[in-house]
Design a protein around this ligand. Structure first.
Ligand code: AMP
Length: 461
């Protein structure tokens, strides 16, 4: 099957031709005809399968055939995504595929000033791509209403649940008009996700593509057993020996990601980190630099990297393997996108063996153990010292806020209140409630100088 057999409107075909898309991917072949008929859809598909175009193309076709003035403080289509990066990426796809249509697309997510979003929404837009937290903020401020939504998409539903968005989603469900088309996508469909889907969907057509193990089969998967404390030496050796175009390095926690970046910095290797303690400006800059190939290494936590579509990722390195098996599949799916092959290398410490077992059960692939390199112990002994944590501007707004807070308490003599709780394990992304996510604090400790700059690590080479 080819795109020209689907009967999409001319301006959309033109945009597809300019992107050299000829053959629809399996999810597109299954979903587009159903959606063109105006039916609801429940899709089991992960990122990398082409699902964004699967829902964007028929929606754009609908707009091309049913032009209407945008509703004041409203939108005709609402797409909900779990992270800002994914929301930005989806919006870009709509702009790309809809470039020959007169269409307004607006992103709505936290970490950026709300004023611009309020102004953009005041005249109404065709497509809003949002994360749930900021969307509800705007609705509460009466800057946006959902009563005019004709098409509703919930993307990455399982990730939404993992991030604690269930209550915001239930609120959104109540605000949507009864007469609308609904699309629901999730990489996995356990019972609680099915229950969530039932709240949005009306007699949906169910489509499913590529069971999770399929992606895993396309990736060359390697694994080392290595002590946690020796992983940095191994990373150093792997980075030297592999031919890396672009590598995503995963850790389980934000602090873990920062530690890896500091180590790489100490070894004179450029890398950026992307996680929930970074400001939106930092996250965007890091991702852009990685996309453009200005930096080859991006160290990421799962949630920050979920859904990120960067082509040409040759390697995924699991510095720490995930404690949720599906997350492993998502991680290694960052390489081997759009039919390419890729390499995934996992570092497994003793206490991670149970996670490894669960991963092998899910993927039905037994990872082959690669022996540690011959010069490994030499590398351990010669391990470069990690760079000291940066002070001032390189710290995230949260870190700075905590530091300022701690100092104030100390000065107040409130010793018993010192030692703020460890937030390393908090979920990332936009907070469903009103957490002051990435809010900049003015004054004190050079915080204002932060200005969204990503700390480029490593000495210039
Ligand atoms: P997604 O799963 O939506 O993140 O898409 C994965 C990647 O595949 C993106 O880079 C898309 O631009 C690309 N893509 C989607 N559909 C097609 C297609 N029919 N032909 C070629 N590339 C595609």
């Amino acid at each position: 099957m080819q795109f020209n057999e689907l009967g999409l409107a001319e301006p959309i075909m033109k945009a597809l031709a300019s992107k050299n898309y000829v053959t629809p991917t399996p999810i597109q072949q299954k979903a587009i005809p159903v959606l063109l008929e105006g039916k609801d859809l429940c899709g089991i598909a992960q990122t990398g399968t082409g699902k964004t175009a699967a829902f964007a193309l028929p929606s754009l076709d609908y707009f091309a055939r049913n032009p209407r003035v945008t509703p004041v403080k409203g939108c005709r289509m609402l797409v909900l995504a779990p992270t800002r990066e994914l929301a930005a990426q989806i919006a870009q796809s709509f702009r790309d595929y809809g470039r020959f249509l007169k269409l307004s697309v607006e992103t709505v997510f936290g970490g950026v000033p709300i004023g611009k979003q309020i102004r953009a929404l005041s005249v109404g837009v065709d497509v809003v791509v949002a994360t749930p937290g900021r969307l509800l903020d705007l609705i509460d401020q009466r800057a946006l209403t959902l009563k005019d939504v004709e098409i509703f998409v919930l993307d990455e539903a399982d990730q939404m649940m993992d991030m604690g968005f269930i209550h915001p989603l239930k609120r959104v469900a109540k605000m949507l008009p009864a007469d609308r088309q609904n699309l629901f996508f999730s990489a996995t469909m356990p019972k609680e996700i099915e229950a969530l889907a039932a709240q949005f969907l009306n007699n949906p057509v169910k489509v499913s593509v590529a069971p999770q193990s399929t992606t895993a089969e396309r990736v060359d998967q390697q694994m080392y057993f290595v002590n946690q404390g020796e992983k940095q030496a191994l990373l150093h050796l792997v980075l030297q020996s592999e031919e890396i175009d672009r590598a995503l390095i995963f850790t389980r926690t934000k602090h873990g990601a920062d530690r890896v970046v500091r180590f790489l910095e100490g070894a004179g290797i450029d890398a950026f980190a992307i996680h929930g303690n970074k400001s939106q400006g930092q996250r965007t800059t890091a991702l852009q630099a990685f996309r453009q190939g200005k930096v080859k290494l991006l160290v990421a936590t799962d949630i920050a990297a979920r859904g990120i579509d960067v082509s040409g990722v040759s390697h995924v390195i699991n510095f720490e393997i995930p404690n949720v098996a599906e997350q492993y599949v998502h991680r290694i799916g960052r390489t081997a996108r759009a039919g390419a092959d890729g390499i995934a290398i996992s570092f497994v410490a003793d206490d991670e063996r149970p996670y490894l077992k669960a991963i092998e059960k899910t993927t039905r692939v037994k990872l082959e153990v690669t022996p540690l390199p011959e010069n490994f112990m030499d590398a351990v002994r010669a391990l470069p010292k990690p760079a000291a944590p940066k002070k001032g501007p390189s710290q995230s707004p949260q870190q700075q806020a905590r530091r300022a807070d701690g100092q104030r308490k100390y000065q107040d003599g409130q010793r018993q209140q010192r030692g703020t709780p460890d937030r390393a394990h908090r979920p990332e992304g936009d907070a469903p409630a009103k957490r002051p996510f990435n809010r900049r604090r003015s004054g004190g400790g050079g915080v204002g100088a932060h200005k969204g700059a990503v700390q480029r690590t490593g000495a210039p080479r």
